[in-house]
Ligand binder design. Structure first.
Ligand code: 5GP
Ligand code: MN
Length: 318
């Protein structure tokens, strides 16, 4: 197994970046790498790029050093990409792929098609954070680095609940716990705790949710009007798709979030039959077998739900 150190020879400057709308795994994997480099390779200038990081992740060391904009013309020796899923989803650091001297992409999205100097993709891994752990020397992982990676694993597994959780995931999480991470705080304050606005928008979605195909599929929608009346933004709906799926009898959940008058962000979640990454790929998105996303153009949520349900039906009947 290769280690991250194998790619650091002669590297003086490194950029670390993840995907747009960073979730816990994106934040955890990027800051995990940042902490590891800062602890063990202090001579390397390592910049983390991320936009829209939630304040709940501020306990992670170096979260305050995150850059929101890439300096014009800056050329890095190495660009490290974590959890990106696809090239068009890379955050503000996207243009660095063309200018960096080399790019190392570490991911766990089966729809990631690569195209980097070094590309290591493990779709069976729970999270990018679990992948990153495999590239680090366990002896050199500090508590701060462990807190970042543990956060990523907790978020992408829904606190070790989703089917992407393996025995190996638990071993990695156990090893990170041994570093002294405050797991109670991480799980409670960043995964379970929600703001009042998040509770309101979840309630709105559940109140108007619809069952399809004899209750095997459920759909929920957040419209512009819902957003306005609850005061909710994009970051407030995380977790709703999984909540929908946890409905008795449901195999697949469809969640639509209206971005503007003609675009919906789609999140699909499935239990154990439907490969939702195939459906989202068809619409230019991607993700994992049981959790994927895409953006669909249209103004009628009902029509979009219908298109998605018919594709889910095909898979259920196959
Ligand atoms: P979510 O539904 O939570 O936005 O995303 C579920 C999974 O699908 C995540 O792993 C996310 O990275 C991936 N994903 C979501 N939207 C897109 C998209 O538009 N394109 C690609 N390639 N992946 C996506
Ligand atoms: Mn991830």
């Amino acid at each position: 197994m290769k280690r991250i150190e194998d790619y650091l020879e002669g590297v003086k400057t490194a950029a670390i970046a993840g995907h747009v709308n960073p979730d816990g795994d994106c934040v955890g994997s990027c800051l995990g790498v940042k902490n590891y480099l800062a602890d063990n390779y202090p001579d390397i200038q390592a910049d983390v790029y991320m936009t829209g990081m939630k304040d709940i992740f501020r306990y992670i060391r170096y979260s305050d050093a995150v850059l929101e904009k890439a300096e014009e013309g800056k050329v890095y020796d190495l660009l490290i990409l974590c959890d990106i899923s696809s090239r068009d989803r890379i955050n503000v650091a996207g243009p660095l792929v063309d200018t960096a001297k080399a790019t190392l992409c570490l991911d766990h999205h089966k729809t990631n098609t690569g195209g980097y100097t070094w590309f290591y993709n493990f779709p069976e891994a729970s999270s990018a954070s679990e992948v990153i752990y495999g590239f680090l020397d366990p002896e050199k992982i500090s508590c701060a680095c462990a807190e970042a990676l543990y956060t990523g694993i907790v978020h992408d597994t829904g606190v070790f609940q989703y089917s992407n959780t393996s025995g190996h995931t638990m071993e990695v999480a156990g090893a990170l716990m041994e570093k002294g991470v405050d797991f109670t705080h991480i799980i409670d304050r960043t995964f379970f705790e929600k703001t009042f606005v998040q509770r309101k928008i979840l309630g709105r979605v559940m109140e108007n949710a619809v069952l399809h195909l004899d209750g095997r599929v459920i759909s929920g929608v957040v419209t512009l009007a819902d957003r306005k009346s609850c005061g909710a933004g994009a970051g407030d709906t995380e977790g709703i798709a999984s909540e929908l799926r946890s409905t008795k009898g449901v195999e697949t959940a469809v969640f639509l979030y209206q971005m503007d008058s003609s675009h919906f962000k789609v999140s699909l979640r499935s239990q154990d039959i439907v490969d939702v990454s195939l459906i989202c790929s068809e619409f230019g998105g991607g993700g994992h077998t049981r959790a994927a996303g895409c953006t669909i153009e249209g103004s009628s949520p009902e029509a979009i739900v219908e298109q998605l349900v018919s594709r889910i039906q095909k898979q259920l009947e196959a």
